[in-house]
Design a binder for this molecule. Structure first.
Ligand code: SAH
Length: 221
């Protein structure tokens, strides 16, 4: 299966990533390696390398390839990093992280999505990713601290639990917005035990982050 779409994948990297601002060789190599079609329903395979998000069930989406690359690049990942991914969804973003970082821990609130992602990782022999079904706004304390944390759902603010689970020098990427529809991508860098630097990168549109330190379950869309 990975062979089948290798041309499309190369083109995606050239046109959608390199022509924009994606230049980290580790990110480009990961994006050229992971078969995005393996993370979407079979009837959508022909759209796998289009420049947009796609539905994955449970009213959720797999992010646009460019956004996954942008966030991964902004995380400044290195091969010895341990990363935490909140919002497993299809598993695609976790798969990209896993081709760069040493270990990836990923949390998803829907059991069906967590189970499907697990099957995909097994099929692809990606054996450095662990998945937890639960509320990712609380992080995954057992394996903390993390060098990098990425949240692929938009919350009202940066969850304190995630800040607490960053190493000093660690980076956290999260879409933050006052409404459920539109967010700013925020990068937080832990510069000391009690010091955090926060910067805004760009406007983004993610599905809501639902949980104890996110939006309420029945918040209005
Ligand atoms: N990274 C995913 C994008 C998934 S969309 C991918 O590459 O496909 C965001 C995901 O976040 C959805 O699957 C949604 O169910 C999940 N989510 C929302 N709030 C969450 C929470 N508090 N904890 C864990 N997952 C959450």
């Amino acid at each position: 299966m990975p062979q089948e779409y290798s041309m499309e994948r190369k083109q995606m990297v050239e046109r959608q990533l390199k022509r924009r601002d994606i230049h980290d060789p580790l990110v480009l190599r990961a994006m050229e390696t992971v078969p995005r079609e393996a993370f979407i329903p079979e009837n959508m395979h022909t759209f796998a390398y289009e420049d947009r998000p796609l539905p994955i069930g449970e009213d959720q989406t797999i992010s646009q390839p460019y956004i996954v690359a942008l966030m991964t690049q902004a995380l400044e990942l290195t091969p010895k990093d341990r990363a935490l991914d909140i919002g497993t969804g299809s598993g695609y973003a976790a798969a990209i992280l896993s081709r760069i970082a040493e270990k990836v821990y990923s949390v998803e609130r829907y059991k069906s999505l967590a189970d499907t992602a697990k099957e995909r990782f097994a099929r692809l022999c990606y054996d450095n990713i662990w998945i937890l079904e639960g509320d990712g706004t609380l992080g995954w304390p057992e394996h903390a601290p993390y060098d990098a944390i990425v949240v692929t759902a938009g919350g009202p603010d940066v969850p304190q639990a995630l800040l607490d689970q960053l190493v000093v020098g660690g980076r956290l990427l999260i879409p933050v917005g006052k409404t459920l529809q539109l967010q700013e991508l925020v990068r937080v860098r832990r510069t000391g035990q009690d010091e955090f630097e926060r910067e805004k990168l760009t406007d983004v549109r993610f599905v809501p982050l639902i949980g104890e330190q996110g939006w309420e379950e029945n918040a209005q869309r």
